[in-house]
Design a protein around this ligand. Structure first.
Ligand code: ACO
Length: 429
């Protein structure tokens, strides 16, 4: 017999179906509650609300488990390429040799962007935040590929849109960087890997040959995999909600980039480095900063600490911490910020305030340190996150579309004025 939950409202018993996930997680289905009782449920920030049933990513925040389509993040980060993981997230299984070759080839041959887009970059002020440029550029891709907009778009149209997005995001990200540097744009190269091509577009110059450093390429591959999906987080939920109105994939991803930008989400990687820099410049001990973070009258938070779902440890942070040590050593970089980060982590992990609230370093705490070592400027960190998260956004958008999910439209409890008559301006004085 299927499991049900009982809700008692004004003495009346209402049976609510219980949904069980493949890892035995439980949910109470309240989708018919309003039509049967007139009640809605209230959950600001969706802290306890499941918005979908998804087969993409499994996350167990209590035990620090993260799996993409059943594969552990640890194994994928160690063994896979980013394009394999992208394929896995979007299509459901790891590709075989032929599938991967086709996917790789198609991505490689869609990396150029329309030359007119250069004029958009020209119009941005020097120093424009690259996330603002990226979000605009991705939305504008829909104007170059109108077949992505049609509500009766074919499977082939969707496939092309997916491949174009994965291919063009690195090109546009590198162009945003070059724009701010005032340096010439480097065109994509078909003889490079996905990560190698991105690095040469970022750091190559027309005046010299650019050789991709293998340590850097491997580190980038790992970082992108670690960021590739994280179930219904703020930006992914945004992509699904925007897409649920049947908006095209470019616009949905552009909205996801905007959501990612905020410092409470992907923007935290930039905020972490800025915080560590401030602590370093301040020169005092860490206690002052820990006390500020604990003080409810102070808006300061330890950036890179805490997570809506992980209350024990973030498995991505564990992998990144080890990778940060390896990359810095291999590149011979000595970054005093890393020492401050490690010290801060230790102080916070032993403090009752952080222990009680389950606040641990998240993925953003150490990723910025690696990006710095790779020569990526601070305001590009969240762009790096977007590069990684793209296949997750695409896979989630595709799943939402294939499941024909209804338009995302929450309800509310109204707390404003009750009905009142209009008062003319003369009477209002
Ligand atoms: N520093 C100090 N206190 C914190 C922090 C922090 N970084 N994070 C949470 N807390 C405290 C809160 O003040 C609250 O305390 P209280 O119970 O005494 O009121 C308690 O811990 C619970 O925090 P909430 O904000 O309710 O938790 P929520 O799940 O809403 O927020 C979030 C999660 C946004 C990640 C939060 O921990 C935070 O702001 N962290 C810093 C920003 C950050 O690193 N964001 C990146 C997250 S990972 C990602 O998006 C890729």
């Amino acid at each position: 017999m299927s499991e049900t939950a009982k809700l008692i409202l004004h003495g009346q018993e209402i049976d609510l179906p219980v949904i069980t996930g493949s890892e035995n997680e439980k949910a109470i289905d309240i989708s018919k509650l309003r039509s049967t009782t007139g009640y809605i449920t209230l959950d600001p920030g969706f802290k306890n609300t499941g918005s979908t049933q998804s087969a993409i990513t499994y996350l167990d925040g209590e035990n620090g488990i993260l799996r993409y389509r059943g594969y552990s993040i640890e194994e994928l980060a160690e063994n896979a390429t980013f394009l394999e993981v992208a394929y896995l997230l979007i299509y459901g299984d790891l590709p075989n040799t032929e599938e991967l070759a086709y996917f790789d080839e198609s991505i490689t041959h869609h990396t150029l962007v329309h030359e007119n887009m250069k004029r958009f970059f020209d119009a941005f002020p020097q120093g424009a935040h690259p996330m603002g440029m990226l979000s605009s550029m991705i939305a504008s891709l829909s104007t170059f590929y109108p077949e992505s907009q049609a509500s009766n778009r074919s499977v082939t149209d969707i496939e092309k849109t997916i491949h174009r997005l994965i291919a063009k995001l690195p090109t546009l990200a590198a162009q945003a960087y070059k724009h701010n540097k005032g340096l010439p744009v480097m065109y994509p190269r078909n003889d490079q890997s996905y990560c190698g091509n991105f690095l040469q577009m970022m750091f190559g110059l027309p005046t010299e040959d650019y050789e991709v450093n293998e340590v850097v390429e491997r580190a980038l591959n790992k970082l992108l995999i670690l960021h590739a999906d994280h179930e219904q987080n703020c930006s992914t939920a945004t992509v699904r909600v925007v897409g649920s109105s049947q908006a095209n994939l470019y616009s949905s991803v552009s909205a996801g980039i905007a959501a990612l930008w905020g410092p409470l989400h992907g923007g935290a990687n930039q905020a972490v480095i800025e915080m560590l820099e401030t602590i370093r410049r301040d020169g005092g001990g860490l206690e002052k900063w820990i006390d500020k973070a604990k003080d409810k009258n102070d808006s300061f938070r330890l950036m890179g600490f805490g997570h809506r779902v992980y209350k024990n440890f973030d498995p991505r942070a564990t992998i990144i911490k080890v990778a940060a040590d390896e990359v810095l050593e291999a590149l011979g970089v000595n970054d005093p910020i890393l020492d401050i980060a490690k010290e801060l982590e230790q102080v916070a992990l032993n403090d009752e305030y952080f222990i009680q609230r389950g606040l641990y370093p998240n993925v953003d705490f150490y990723s910025g340190i690696i990006y710095r070592a790779l020569g990526i400027p601070t305001d590009m960190f969240t762009v790096m996150f977007a590069l990684g998260r793209l296949p997750g956004w695409i896979g989630q958008w595709k799943e939402m579309t294939e499941q024909s999910e209804p338009i995302g439209r929450p309800r509310q409890v109204y707390t404003g004025s009750t009905s009142r008559p209009y008062v003319s301006l003369t009477e209002r004085g």
